[in-house]
Each structure stands twice: as structure tokens, then as C-alpha cells.
Write a protein that binds this ligand. Structure first.
Ligand code: ASP
Ligand code: MG
Length: 426
């Protein structure tokens, strides 16, 4: 008998039929003798629809109210799922994030889980019931305000609960068979990865791979939670995210793949500060202003200054949703910093090649740039880490870039196309 947490994403519970199908899966696990805690996302694109509805009412809805609104999505799916399971003769009880004891900080819209007081979940399990928990939500410690964990946050709920109750595994059910070497929606020949380390999965998630939320992977690594990413539409084994094999690889018992995958991201924009005086302190000033606007930046490039003018250009990328905030903050200090102008471009895309094995392999960047050259794709910015190389391209060339790089690194699968079972990829 094991203790398992199963998380079902929006596309796995998109309508009544889907909910009944998932209920069957859960009932089977329970009947097989396992203790099961289920974390569920909102049905289909409900969260997006609620966001759109709020924006029709107000251009800048108060974040506290937004959180209360958005948590309604998961409450709908959790209760319907509990009913569907009960219908199959298995006892089930649903809980909101608050009831489940998910305590967060008070940053509305992207709260962090600081504790899980899982006594209510344990009681449900002890009484023989399946516990269903609304994902993506929690409550602040002192004010009891409802919070949400940021888009895709149900993954984090699942991992946090798995850590709190000491689950044997946290199964993340989605609409593809696991973590792939690239998004199968763009690269049908992408290959399923059987095992991946936390470190590599972190870089894939940070680089735009949407299959797991970044914070959930961080949480899993910190608490040693084994994650099994798999499809709710098939019985296939998915991808195991764990360091068990990475340790074996370090000790030389297993061969380490050089590249784990190619991730892409279309959510960033590029700001260029044109004509910046090339004297000590200006970069500090620029990025202090951006940080002061509470904007996280990603890549930075500074050009050589022209000898004749002593001026240089600095470009950086940031989430496109923060573009307005950052440019407004910079415009306000144009006079005091003394730059010429600002350019804003949200038609960029980012491609990242990730792999722990690249630490010890020369020539990875050269091969990547060669593949892009052969595909006629221009590189606008480059950044690297020990296990990742990222480039910025035009957004409309990104899909071609991902396919070209995937092929160049021999990642294409030889046994047929990857299956995308459902979902809108939103
Ligand atoms: N329903 C939320 C979202 O769409 C949380 C989740 O799906 O994990 O972002
Ligand atoms: Mg979702």
C-alpha cells in the first residue's frame, strides 16, 4: 500500500465526461489499496475565462478580489470530482486550500506556500476517504485572506501536500505522456524523457516548458518529493523527476545525456535603452529603477560604446506583462540617467537548450548557432548558464528554430509522433 498524491490539470477535468473518467482512475487506485490525495485544477480554460470576465468589469481589479474570484474555479472542479467518485461507491471529501491547511504569504496573485497543516487531510485518509484538494490556492496566516499561487499553481499545491504528508510519489497528470524533449505541440517528433533531474527540470521550467510550474520543481527539490509526470488519458509510464538517477550518473554508474531538451518561451519582451552614457554607475541606475518597479529581468546585453560618442545601448528581456511598468519607470528617469530613447519589442521568442551533460562537452553553443544559421534564423541575444544556452529570436521564427535545434541535436524520436491528448495549450 502506498500513499500517493495525484494532481489533475484543467484539460483532464474539462467537462463532465472527463471528470467521470478521472474519477474512475482515482477509484481504481483507491480500490487497489492505496491512500489517495487528489489535487485538482479548474475545469478547462476556466481560470482564463474568469480573468477575462474580471477585466471586462475593471481594467485593474483589486488583487485580493481577483484571488477570491479565481479560487472559485478549483472549487467547482473539486466538488464535482468528489461527487463523481462517490457515485462509484468510493468515499471522497473535497477541501478548499484553506480547509486543507495550505498557508501562504500575503502576495496576492503569486503567493508562496509557507506551511501545510495537513491534519484535515490526514483525518479524511484515516476515515478511508479519498481527499480532494482545490489546487492553486491557500490562505494567509494571520488575516485569513484567500490567495492564489500564480498560474499553473496546482502543481505546487500537489508537491507541497506530498511533502507535508510524506507521500511516496506525487503524480502530475496532464494531457501529454510526460516531459518531452520539446513541446510536442510544436515538435511532433519530440521524445518522452524517462527520467530527469531536478536541476534540469528547473532549467526547463524556467525556460518556458509549461508541463511543470517552476516553483513546484523548486519545492520538490528542496523536500525530495519524487514527481511522476504522466497522462490521465493513457496508462503509459511518464517521466520521473528525481535525483536518484542523477546521483548514479555522478558516480559514473549511468551515462548522462548531454542534452535533455529544447524549451521555448513566447511570454517575454525586450527593452532597449538607447544612447546610455558609458560611465560607471549607469547600469546600476537603470536596473535599480527596473527592480524598484518590482520587475524581474531575464537576459541583459550591453554593447561596446561608440568611441566617438561615448554612448552605448543596453537591452534586457522581461515578462511582457511587466513591459508597461518597466518602461514607465525608466521614462520617468530619462533626464537624470541621460539616455536618448527607449525601444520596446514584444515580438521576440526565447529558445533554450538544457542539459546537465553540457557542463563537460565543448561545442554545444557552436552547434546550436550553426543549426539556427542553417535554418536562416537570426539570433538577437544570447545567455548561458552551466547547463543551459538561451537565444532570443523573432517570435514568428521560434517554432522553426525549436524544430531545427531539436533535429540538430538528434533528439527526434524514431518511434512515431508524440500524442497530445487534449487541452488548448493555453
Ligand atoms: N487553474 C490555475 C491556472 O489555470 C491553476 C492551475 O491550473 O494549476 O493557472
Ligand atoms: Mg492549468
Amino acid at each position: 500500500m502506498s500513499l500517493i498524491v495525484q494532481k489533475y490539470g484543467g484539460s483532464s477535468v474539462a467537462d463532465a465526461t472527463a471528470i467521470k473518467r478521472v474519477a474512475k482512475r482515482i477509484a481504481e487506485a483507491k480500490r487497489a489499496g492505496d491512500d489517495v490525495v487528489v489535487v485538482v485544477s479548474a475545469m478547462g480554460d476556466t481560470t482564463d475565462e474568469l480573468l477575462e470576465l474580471a477585466n471586462e468589469i475593471s481594467p485593474l481589479p483589486p488583487l485580493r478580489e481577483m484571488d477570491i474570484l479565481l479560487t472559485a474555479g478549483e472549487r467547482i472542479s473539486m466538488s464535482l470530482l468528489a461527487m463523481a467518485i462517490a457515485n462509484l461507491g468510493v468515499e471522497a471529501q473535497s477541501f478548499t486550500g484553506q480547509q486543507a491547511g495550505v498557508i501562504t504569504d500575503d502576495v496576492h496573485g503569486r503567493a508562496r506556500i509557507i506551511d501545510v497543516k495537513a491534519s484535515r487531510i490526514r483525518q479524511a485518509l484515516d476515515s478511508g476517504a479519498v481527499a480532494i484538494v482545490a489546487g492553486f490556492q491557500g490562505v494567509t496566516e494571520h488575516t485569513n485572506d484567500v490567495t492564489t499561487l500564480g498560474r499553473g499553481g496546482s502543481d505546487t499545491t500537489a508537491v507541497a501536500i506530498a511533502a507535508a504528508i510524506g507521500a511516496d510519489v506525487c503524480e502530475i497528470y496532464t494531457d501529454v505522456d510526460g516531459v518531452f524533449t520539446a513541446d510536442p505541440r510544436i515538435v511532433p517528433s519530440a521524445r518522452k524523457i524517462d527520467r530527469i533531474s531536478y536541476e534540469e527540470m528547473l532549467d526547463m521550467a524556467a525556460s518556458g516548458a509549461k508541463v511543470l510550474m517552476l516553483r513546484c520543481v523548486e519545492y520538490a527539490r528542496r523536500n525530495g518529493v519524487r514527481i511522476h509526470v504522466r497522462s490521465s488519458f493513457s496508462g503509459r509510464e511518464g517521466t520521473l523527476v528525481t535525483d536518484e538517477h542523477a546521483d548514479a550518473q555522478e558516480e559514473g554508474q549511468m551515462e548522462q545525456p548531454i542534452i535533455s531538451g529544447v524549451a521555448h518561451d513566447r511570454t517575454e519582451a525586450k527593452v532597449t535603452v538607447v544612447g546610455v552614457p558609458d560611465v560607471p554607475g549607469t547600469a546600476a541606475q537603470i536596473f535599480e529603477v527596473v527592480a524598484g518597479a518590482d520587475v524581474n529581468i531575464d537576459m541583459i546585453v550591453q554593447n561596446v560604446s561608440a568611441a566617438s560618442t561615448g554612448l552605448t545601448d543596453i537591452s534586457f528581456t522581461l515578462p511582457a506583462t511587466d513591459g508597461q511598468k518597466a518602461t514607465a519607470a525608466l521614462q520617468a528617469v530619462q533626464g537624470s540617467i541621460g539616455f536618448d530613447s527607449l525601444q520596446y519589442d514584444d515580438t521576440i521568442g526565447k529558445l533554450s537548450l538544457v542539459g546537465a551533460g553540457m557542463k563537460s562537452h565543448p561545442g554545444i553553443s557552436a552547434k546550436l548557432f550553426g543549426a539556427l544559421r542553417d535554418a536562416g534564423i537570426n539570433i538577437e541575444m544570447i545567455s548561458t548558464s552551466e547547463i543551459r544556452v538561451s537565444v532570443i529570436t523573432r517570435s514568428d521564427q521560434l517554432d522553426d528554430a525549436v524544430r531545427a535545434v531539436h533535429t540538430a541535436f538528434d533528439l527526434d524520436s524514431s518511434d512515431g509522433e508524440a500524442v497530445v491528448y487534449g487541452g488548448t495549450g493555453r
